[in-house]
Design a protein around this ligand. Structure first.
Ligand code: NCD
Ligand code: ZN
Ligand code: ZN
Length: 346
């Protein structure tokens, strides 16, 4: 099957300051290996991308190192809403953290959130990490400031139900869900130990099922590819986050094979709608070749991501990425493990 390259609006490239977790080279190689041709990088780096100078420097530094298209978000702080004009020119969007997660970026006050919602241009993407009641806060801010908001990694039944109701009421809300919230539950998280730590936390089977039954409300599948090293994940206090770039398409097209959604709808969720919402130009002469069949087993190492582990290891999939072509250049079987692939692993 040949499909358009995927567009992932939620990726942690870890540049600057996190090169032991991921580098611009390994993160974008992971994207291509997973059939993703454009990624939007999150600003919770070290330092965070929260001044125009730091954002500009990061984009300049990665320019010669990346292998797929990359945009970067500007990170909101309690004090930087006045720098809007400058960073608007170079950022792919604004990211606001309303809950605690990995890294220092989190807005403390309603006043700061309101400033950002009013200052950031309504025509440009504004993405929030907003769990539980914060989902309602973000929708309320968007409605009051008459501007769209995009809710990242929706994970719980009450959140997707609220987004469904908000959309029905005509409010300008869009959202993404991750493969790990569609496939894994709290019980899987316990079995995974530190590797199962993620924000939002893996939820109940009822929450997972609600995401599937509200798939018509979902705009994008985004991986929230959040690599941390094995050493960090095996530590007593593991940082939250899991890699996902190389497993998203195999999982989604397994769901297609199982009749849970159509191939057209999968392409919409992975590619067409994120490209339209975030105004990402579709690169010419680009496509992804998938092999359908198997089942193949997701390996536990041999990935392009520097983190080189997967929460989906051992799961059976019925699709794998054979090659990703970006502007005429083909990246075939890019996974390191393809060189030493055992029968049955993808
Ligand atoms: C992300 C990270 O590691 O940067 N972690 C996570 O658990 N999702 C941060 C985030 O997306 O909230
Ligand atoms: Zn988040
Ligand atoms: Zn994230």
């Amino acid at each position: 099957m040949v499909i358009p390259g995927a567009v992932d609006v939620h990726v942690h490239l870890r540049h600057p300051g996190g090169s032991h977790k991921e580098t611009p080279e390994t993160g974008t190689a992971a994207a291509l290996a997973g059939g993703v041709v454009a990624i939007l990088a999150m600003p919770n780096t070290l330092p965070p991308l929260a001044t125009p100078a730091d954002l500009r420097a990061s984009l300049d530094q990665i320019a010669t190192r990346i292998r797929c298209d990359v945009g970067a978000y500007y990170g909101a702080t309690d004090t930087n809403a006045d720098m809007i004009a400058e960073q608007n020119a170079i950022a792919c969007g604004l990211k606001i953290y309303l809950n605690d997660t990995y890294g220092p970026l989190r807005l403390e006050t309603l006043a700061a959130a309101a400033q950002h919602f009013s200052a950031w241009p309504a025509s440009r993407p504004l993405v929030v990490h907003a769990e539980g009641l914060m989902t309602a806060a973000a929708i309320g801010l968007a409605a009051a400031h008459r501007r769209p908001v995009h809710i990242a990694h929706v994970s719980r039944r009450e959140e997707i139900e609220l987004i469904a109701a908000a959309k029905e009421a005509g409010l300008p809300v869009t959202c993404e869900v991750t493969p790990h919230h569609l496939w894994l539950t709290h019980a899987d998280g316990i079995a995974l130990g530190g590797y199962g730590e993620v924000r939002p936390a893996l939820a109940s089977a009822a929450d997972r099922d609600a995401l599937w039954s509200h798939l018509n409300v979902v705009d994008c599948i985004a991986t929230d590819h959040a690599p941390h090293s094995r050493e960090e994940k095996e530590d007593v206090s593991p940082p939250p986050g899991m890699p996902g770039l190389e497993t998203s398409l195999p999982l989604l097209f397994t769901a297609v094979a199982d009749g849970r959604l159509t191939a057209d709808r999968a392409v919409e969720l992975l590619s067409t709608t994120p490209a339209r919402l975030f105004r990402i130009p579709t690169p010419a002469h680009s496509e992804v070749r998938l092999e359908l069949g198997g089942p193949w087993s997701v390996p536990d190492s041999g990935f392009q991501t520097r983190a080189d582990w997967s929460p989906f290891a051992g799961m059976a999939v019925r699709a794998r990425v054979v090659s990703t072509t970006l502007r005429g250049q083909s990246h075939g079987m890019a996974r390191k493990s393809s060189l030493r692939r055992e029968p049955g692993t993808f």
